[in-house]
Design a protein. Structure first.
Lengths: 406, 147
C-alpha cells in the first residue's frame, strides 16, 4: 500500500512545489501512471476498437472492455454491461434525461432535485420538465447543508417520476443521504439518479448499497484524463431505453429505412469510443485502490480540519456548510468580508495559490445561501499540511492588499 | 504593473472610496450591465444635454476591478460629448485587449490607463470592461436602455 504522501512524487506537475493546487473539486491532477497507461495504449495497440478483425483492434477492444470491468467493480455494478462510457458526468446525466426522462415523464408528473445541484444535474431536468410539462421540485438543505428526512418525504410523492440528487455537493461538501432518499423514492415508484462527480474520487461507492438506478461520474476529478466518464444504469432500465446518440458502432442491422441497435452497453456508445482515456480511467482506479479510500479520506479530513481551524481564526471569513470538517469531503467554501471572491482568487494566484472563485456552476444554491459568489478551496490526498499553511498565510494577507488596514 | 501593486495603487481607492457610485437626478439613459459568470452587476445612469454627458453615476456590486474601472470611467466621461465617450470606450477596450498600446492613444484614458496590465490577466478582462461596454451600448443603442 502507498501512503498518500508517497504518491506526491508521481505527480510531475506538483513536483516543483511552486504552486499550491487547491481546486481539486474542479479537476484533479494526474499521476504519471495514468499518463503512461494512456500513452502505452496508443504506442502499442492503437486501432479502432470493437470492429477490426486484426490484432491491434482486438487488443484495443480488450483494453477498452477491460477498463469497463474495472469501472464496474469499482462502483459495484452487477455486470460490465451496466457501465456506459461517456465524456463526463454532464454527458451521463444528459443521457438519462434524454433517453429515460423524455420517454417516462408525463404532463403533470414531478421531478425532484435539490437546490444544491451542480448545473449538470439541474439543467437536463429543467429541460425534461419544460418539454414534457412536468414540475421540477427542489429539496432545500438546512444551514449545515443537510437535506432532512422531513424535507424529502414531504416533497417526494406519488407524482414523482425521477429523483436526481448529488451524492456530495460541490459547494457545501456535504454528503447527501442518497441511500435513504433512494429507498423512499422507490417506495413512491420513482427512479433515482445520483450525481457522483464529487463522491467517486473520495469515498467507496457501492451502487448496490445505495440502491440507485443511475450513477454518474467523471474520470477527470479522480486522476483520469479529461473526456472520460461513466454512467452506471440498472440493466432492466437501460435495456428499455432508446439510444441517446445514434450512428456507428451502436447497431446490429441497418437498412435504408431502419436499424436495430446493438446490445448493452454499445447501444449507448455511438461513434468511435474514447478507448485511450478509458484505459487511463482504469489506471486511475487502480492507483486509487492501491492507496485505499480509508487512507485517502484520512488525509483529506486531516487537511480539511487544519484548513477550517485556520479559517476560523480569521474573523472576516465565513465558511459555508457543516462545522464538522469530516463532513466536507475536502471542499471548503467561504467568503471574505469586503473582498469579492474573484479579487481574492486573483491575489492568491499572484502567490501561486490556486483556488476557485465564482458560482461553482450552482447559481440557485448561491441565491439560496445568499451569496453572489464564493471562494472554494478543495483538497485531495496528495495535498500537504505545508500547503494548507501556505494557503492560510497568503489568505491572511489578502485584505491588506485589498486596502483594508493591516 | 504587478497585480498587488495595481490593487494598492489604483483599484482600492476607487473601489473602497468611489466618487461616482450614486444615483443621479433625473437621468436620461439607464442601463444594467452584468457579468453572469462572476456576478459583477452595475447600473449606469447618464444625463445628456445637447449631446454632452452632463452627469453620470452608477450603482451595483462586483469585484474591485469592475467597480474601480467604472468609477474611473464615469470620472472621464462627464463633460464629454457622446462621440468622444464612445471613442474613449473603444480605446479602453482596445487597451484591455492588448490591441492599443501606444502611450499617445492611452493618454486620453487618463487614470484608467493604469488598468492596462489587466490585458495580461485574461480572467479579469470582463471585469475591467463591464462599465465601458455598458456605456458604449447605451450611447449607441439608447433604445435598448431601461430609460
Amino acid at each position: 500500500m502507498k501512503t498518500p504522501l508517497e504518491c506526491r512524487k508521481d505527480f510531475d506537475i506538483l513536483k516543483s512545489g511552486e504552486y499550491v493546487y487547491f481546486d481539486n473539486a474542479a479537476t484533479s491532477q494526474r499521476p504519471r501512471q495514468v499518463l503512461e497507461a494512456v500513452s502505452e495504449f496508443y504506442k502499442t495497440t492503437n486501432a479502432n476498437p470493437l470492429r477490426g478483425l486484426y490484432d491491434w483492434s482486438m487488443g484495443a477492444t480488450e483494453r477498452y472492455e477491460g477498463a469497463r470491468k474495472t469501472v464496474a467493480a469499482f462502483i459495484g455494478a452487477k455486470t460490465p454491461e451496466e457501465i456506459i462510457f461517456t465524456r463526463n458526468t454532464t454527458e451521463s446525466i444528459n443521457l438519462v434525461a434524454y433517453s429515460y426522462g423524455l420517454d417516462n415523464v408525463k404532463e403533470g408528473d414531478e421531478i425532484v432535485i435539490t437546490v444544491m445541484e451542480h448545473h449538470s444535474n439541474m439543467l437536463p431536468w429543467q429541460m425534461v420538465a419544460k418539454k414534457n410539462k412536468a414540475k421540477l421540485i427542489y429539496l432545500e438543505p438546512d444551514e449545515e447543508g443537510v437535506i432532512s428526512r422531513e424535507e424529502y418525504t414531504s416533497k417526494i410523492t406519488d407524482k414523482t417520476r425521477i429523483v436526481a440528487v448529488g451524492h456530495v455537493s460541490n459547494v457545501m461538501g456535504v454528503t447527501n443521504p442518497v441511500k435513504e432518499i433512494t429507498e423512499y423514492a422507490h417506495s413512491k415508484g420513482a427512479i433515482v439518479v445520483v450525481d457522483g462527480a464529487q463522491s467517486a474520487p473520495h469515498m467507496k461507492v457501492d451502487v448496490q448499497d445505495i440502491g440507485c438506478d443511475f450513477f454518474a461520474f467523471s474520470g477527470h476529478k479522480m486522476l483520469a484524463p479529461m473526456g472520460i466518464g461513466a454512467l452506471y444504469g440498472r440493466k432492466e432500465l437501460l435495456e428499455n431505453m432508446q439510444p441517446f446518440l445514434t450512428g456507428g458502432e451502436m447497431i446490429e442491422y441497418v437498412t435504408r429505412e431502419d436499424a436495430t441497435y446493438a446490445e448493452l452497453p454499445h447501444k449507448f456508445e455511438a461513434g468511435t469510443v474514447n478507448a485511450g482515456d478509458a484505459v487511463g480511467l482504469e489506471a486511475a482506479i487502480k492507483y486509487i485502490e492501491e492507496i485505499g479510500f480509508e487512507a485517502i479520506e484520512k488525509q483529506e479530513q486531516k487537511l480539511t480540519a487544519l484548513l477550517m481551524e485556520g479559517l476560523a481564526k480569521l474573523p472576516y471569513i465565513k465558511v459555508y456548510g457543516s462545522k464538522d470538517p469530516n463532513k466536507h469531503c475536502g471542499i471548503v467554501t467561504f467568503t471574505m468580508d469586503g473582498v469579492h471572491p474573484h479579487d481574492l482568487s486573483s491575489v492568491l494566484n499572484d502567490d501561486k495559490v490556486c483556488i476557485r472563485a465564482g458560482h461553482h456552476c450552482a447559481q440557485p444554491l448561491m441565491q439560496f445561501i445568499g451569496a453572489g459568489s464564493t471562494a472554494r478551496a478543495s483538497v485531495y490526498f496528495y495535498n500537504t499540511e505545508e500547503e494548507v499553511k501556505i494557503f492560510l498565510d497568503k489568505l491572511s494577507k489578502v485584505r491588506e492588499v485589498m486596502g483594508y488596514g493591516a | 504593473m504587478e497585480l498587488k501593486q495595481l490593487y494598492r495603487e489604483i483599484v482600492n481607492e476607487h473601489n473602497l472610496h468611489p466618487v461616482h457610485k450614486k444615483a443621479i437626478e433625473s437621468p436620461d439613459l439607464v442601463m444594467r450591465g452584468v457579468n453572469p459568470s462572476c456576478g459583477d452587476d452595475i447600473t449606469l445612469s447618464l444625463k445628456i444635454a445637447d449631446g454632452v454627458i452632463t452627469d453620470a453615476g452608477y450603482e451595483g456590486s462586483g469585484c474591485a476591478i469592475s467597480q474601480a474601472s467604472v468609477d474611473m470611467m464615469v470620472d472621464q466621461i462627464i463633460g464629454k460629448n457622446k462621440e468622444e465617450a464612445i471613442k474613449l470606450a473603444g480605446t479602453f477596450m482596445g487597451m484591455i485587449k492588448g490591441e492599443i498600446t501606444d502611450e499617445e492613444s492611452l493618454e486620453a484614458l487618463d487614470e484608467a490607463a493604469a488598468l492596462q496590465d489587466v490585458a495580461h490577466m485574461p480572467a479579469r478582462v470582463k471585469c475591467a470592461v463591464l462599465g465601458w461596454h455598458t456605456m458604449q451600448e447605451m450611447l449607441e443603442h439608447p433604445e435598448a436602455c431601461e430609460k
